[in-house]
Design a protein. Sequence first.
Length: 227
Amino acid sequence: MKDPLLLSSILPNVFNISSNLDPAQFQALVLPSLKPLFAIKDPPIVMMVLLENLEILQGKTSKQCFKADVLPLVYNALESEHAAVQERALATVPAMCETIDYAEVQSVLFPRVALVFTKTRILSVKVSTLNCFVSMVKTLDQTSLTQKLVPLLSKIRTKEPAVMMATLQVHEAMGLKVEREAVATLVLPQLWAMCVGPLLNVDQFGKFMQYAAKILPRLRLLKLTFR
């Protein structure tokens, strides 16, 4: 598997054969040959095929092996210059957040997705990073949410509805986890600023209002309860 131009044809057969191997056999016989491919960025189809088979890679490796040997594939793909590769890598993140440990999400995965979010100028990639943030909210601690994610979202300058609605989903998820003071002082101000975006249609504006209508009584109840 030394010719990158042939890999897109060879790899599907490798994974098809690998489906019949147990994890020990896969890690001993196949993974050592695959690992050097995880850093190949051109042609981009190689990473695309590898990412499409990430579920097999995870199912055939131990948690420690997956973290040490396979996750670099995802991280390399997030650094790709090809938007399609980045989007494919980002699409794997929600499922990974359910299986990899808290420390990996908090210290490694989140910063890398945040970097893609900050650097990309491609609308579909920006939306994909926001979808990843939604899946990370339940894993990240409150400090990361309020001191890292909220400031990151505040830097959004585009008024594109797709980005606005994806950001709303992130704020909705955070609103269920962070303290009421954070909701009142950090989340709601951003939402008020976004909801007056000139490109939102009536239905999209209505979703912002629905969230506000849901969260404001919660704040009022908490204030009345603990005054």
